[in-house]
Design a binder for this molecule. Sequence first.
Ligand SMILES: Cc1cc2nc3c(=O)[nH]c(=O)nc-3n(C[C@H](O)[C@H](O)[C@H](O)COP(=O)(O)O)c2cc1C
Length: 359
Amino acid sequence: MTLGLSTAGESHGPALVAILTGLPAGLVLDRAAIDADLRRRQQGYGRSPRQQIETDEVEVLAGLRHGRTLGTPLALVVRNRDHKNWTWGMNPWPPEGEATGKGTKPVTLPRPGHADLAGVLKYGHADVRDALERASARHTAVHVAAGAVAKALLAQLGISVEGSVADEERLRRRVDEARAERDTVGGVVEVRARGVVPGLGTYAVKEERLDARLAAALMGIQAVKGVEVGDGFALAELKGSEAHDEIRPDRRRDTNRAGGIEAGVSNGEEIVVRAAMKPLPTLMKPLASVDLETGEPAQALVERSDVAAVEALAVVAEAAVAWELARAAKEKFGGDAVDDLVGGWRAYVERIGWSDTSR
Ligand SMILES: Cc1cc2nc3c(=O)[nH]c(=O)nc-3n(C[C@H](O)[C@H](O)[C@H](O)COP(=O)(O)O)c2cc1C
């Protein structure tokens, strides 16, 4: 059984939920490790004060007993603490009583670069909030929780995954500049996975290529507009003799321009992917838009927002990559119990004679 992940939750609704299926039984989860990743997602230079309101924590509703998975669907919940200010505005049911708190007035000023205009047109909403609440990246919190579970599974196979900002110092300077100008910025994040054996993914079916899956997982994150594997776009400028990673007798490489994937299959080197994030679309100095109620020119919605969320993206991207690698590993090595999964992996490592002497 492959791994499955479904999530639900609006930005200011009561909670975010995730259901993870296909996890082997007997996987030990550490609540503190999941919460630590949730905290990492909330931190970072340029984030808004909402992050202080939230202090995310994971709750488990099903699939876990005494810290070990049962092999049944794992149900995770991350509450939106800010919901207390939106109990009328984001009430799942027709609210009773006087309209109080946030979200009581319909939003009619779509922001360029956000889901607002396409969302109301597509779904027939009168209030832009009905579109933006789900399009918001708030629900990446529960994806990060799922990523932490995936990392626990990958650790059983000697794999670690780490996301970082490509150029942290420069990013901080750009955030300071943008904050002073009441503007926003994006940036580039990198995710590296160490200890991946050759053979995850396949060239046999294009959608199952590991590079295709990682690219889709990263593109699936809000505001990601470009993805590269290994040296990616820079490879287009090189000659073949400069671009490929020569194979040593021990089957390892001295270079890793391919980013650990050839023909959609992991090749045993570190997996390296990068994602480019556009500047956040909610601006304190709004761009031109239209008032959907009157049809008149107007300025776009101004709402509390981050100046940048690049460091948060590094954590979200790490979770997305971890989830895809765990899914690919589960498909390759199988197992209803963790010991079966590890046993399948050991037998394979032995068959190909792979000893991971990571450079
Ligand atoms: C971690 C994270 C935090 C974000 N925070 C904000 C934010 O505070 N304000 C904002 O306008 N967009 C934010 N975004 C980006 C929007 O969610 C995104 O641009 C929007 O949903 C439109 O989708 P698209 O950019 O993929 O086209 C964030 C994205 C991520 C990944």
